[in-house]
Write a protein that binds this ligand. Sequence first.
Ligand code: ATP
Ligand code: PH2
Length: 187
Amino acid sequence: MTNIAFIGLGSNMPDREVNLYEAISELAKSKDIEIVNYSSIYETDPVGFEDQAQFLNMVIQVSTTLSSSQLLKALLRVEQDLGRKRVIRWGPRNIDLDILLYNQENIETETLIVPHPRMHERAFVLIPLLEIQPTICLPDEEQPLHEKLEAIPDKKGVRIWKRKNGGDVFALFESSKDTPKKVLRKS
Ligand SMILES: Nc1ncnc2c1ncn2[C@@H]1O[C@H](COP(=O)(O)OP(=O)(O)OP(=O)(O)O)[C@@H](O)[C@H]1O
Ligand SMILES: Nc1nc2c(c(=O)[nH]1)N=C(CO)CN2
């Protein structure tokens, strides 16, 4: 069975762009995960714990044969492989991967809550998610998510960093070499 999930990515430790690229590249290597769409990259003001560097955030859409718990394990493994260290809750991280939505299921286990419990109050999640899927709703909800975004007072804290080029590839530029790295081909 093929499942559709939306994953939120964030990084606020250098090199932020490369961290996002490497996480996406690691996920794309899995035979069980196909990346089918992705947002632009946004630079965002930290929320929750504000005394830290600005983040780069984006959202990707995946098609996967993994269950939600297997997908979480895969995300945690990528975070581990990229050397993520948890010091302060909501503090600086080189990479953070969150399952935002998994099919249109409500999931609650000891280790996994989907939809992500804070996504509806985070412009840094909703703006890239709605870029991919403008009419998306939370499971069992009539209200489209864009209406929840309109209710979030401060959206200034989310600014385009690298617009998805709309072509058939999403090109990330390494800050040093400035050579595009083809990360994904849109299916
Ligand atoms: N939807 C989800 N996506 C990812 N992790 C989740 C989710 N729901 C629960 N978790 C659990 O949260 C744990 C801690 O996640 P993490 O330290 O990355 O939180 P955070 O990203 O800093 O904060 P937030 O959850 O507010 O984004 C993970 O080990 C995982 O077991
Ligand atoms: N702008 C921004 N702020 C955050 C972020 C994030 O990804 N972007 N992640 C957090 C914990 O998951 C807490 N605060």
